[in-house]
Ligand binder design. Structure first.
Ligand code: ZN
Length: 246
């Protein structure tokens, strides 16, 4: 099964609740067989897709396009290029994109409630822009509204969480870290001023006072110190701007 397989590895039987495995592709869709009930159970039964009427291949294509971050319109164009019996109309494409979005959001909400990171944790933040449509006529510009995302990942397990924060200030970032990262974890960051007191000549961690172990990398100093040894480090600008990759 490839990584975009929609069908789960197992499902409980609708009649006897027995766990069924090894779904089989029959008549254009996947089904699980219950050898106690002698019945086939379609994989979509008792899921949010239970009422969906599109074929498995159409559903898979819709999902591919959604995962590839295509817009519903781009997806619609892609379907219009397919052979006629495979095509989907605009309402159907939009309906499934909304459904996938709802499922992803529901999953994210559950993850936010259940995630608590431990051990070696890398933390970084990045800014994204939301395009805000206005009723503007064509000469007016779109207003761009920015939003910060704070990413936290366990080095070993790769378990991670990304949390939107309204502004990148000390309070928001610290509250978020304290909420999702266990005290006594070891945190790796750049030297943004929230994490590191940059006003002192010798940089000091601000996270240590909350009970964390903290290692920080001063990207600009390392880079400049290596390549331009004659420049004194205090002339460098705040290195918090240098790294925005999660
Ligand atoms: Zn059964």
């Amino acid at each position: 099964m490839n990584q975009f397989q929609l069908v789960p590895d197992y499902k409980s039987c609708t009649w006897c609740n027995e766990i069924l495995t090894l779904p089989q592709f029959i008549d254009g869709d996947y089904h699980f067989y219950c050898s106690s009930c002698f019945k086939w159970v379609n994989w979509r039964v008792n899921t949010l897709l239970s009422k969906s009427r599109v074929s498995y291949c159409q559903l898979q294509k819709l999902f591919f396009l959604f995962i590839e971050n295509k817009s519903p319109n781009q997806a619609l164009i892609s379907f219009q290029k397919s052979f006629s019996s495979f095509q989907l109309n605009k309402n159907t494409v939009y309906k499934y994109f909304k459904l996938f979005g709802d499922i992803a959001y529901k999953y994210y909400q559950l993850k936010v409630l259940s995630t608590f990171l431990n051990g070696a944790i890398e933390i970084d933040e990045t800014v994204v822009f939301r395009q805000k449509k206005t009723r503007a006529r064509r000469y007016r510009k779109y207003k761009l509204q920015s939003m910060w995302l704070l990413g936290m990942i366990e080095r070993e397990s790769k378990n991670f969480i990304i949390v939107p924060i309204k502004a990148r200030n000390d309070l928001n970032l610290m509250m978020t870290i304290l909420k999702y990262v266990s005290i006594e974890s070891t945190i790796y960051t750049d030297c943004h001023s929230v994490y590191v007191n940059n006003r002192r000549l010798l940089k000091e961690s601000r996270l240590i006072s909350y009970g964390y172990n903290h290692h920080f990398v001063d990207h600009s100093v390392e880079f400049v110190a290596k390549h331009f040894p004659h420049i004194h480090t205090t002339q460098l600008k705040d290195c918090g701007d240098q790294s925005n990759q999660i």
